[in-house]
Design a protein. Structure first.
Length: 94
């Protein structure tokens, strides 16, 4: 499924989605490696980009309402936190 089939055009245009951000959004529209969705780590690995870059693009997309958080996981040791995301759909809050 393409991103444009899932999101209304006005939200995409409003986001001013740049090249790398669009690559992230297109990847999120694919099959996620985890049941909960895509984590920043999995996205960084899939797109061969630094984790900080993947996190930045996820934050930008979330702030613009183009993706939603679908879950989170905390490791029992060390307080490691992972959030999981998917593209927003019509009817999602945002």
């Amino acid at each position: 499924m393409t991103v444009t089939a899932m999101l209304p055009w006005e939200r995409i245009a409003r986001a001013y989605v740049a090249g790398a951000t669009l690559r992230v959004l297109d990847t999120l529209a694919g099959d996620p490696p985890e049941e909960e969705g895509w984590s920043a780590k999995a996205l960084a690995e899939a797109l061969e980009m630094p984790l900080t870059t993947a996190s930045y693009h996820l934050r930008q997309l979330r702030e613009r309402g183009l993706i939603v958080q679908t879950g989170e996981r905390r490791a029992s040791r060390g307080g490691v936190y992972q959030a999981f995301y998917r593209p927003a759909r019509e009817g999602d809050d945002g």
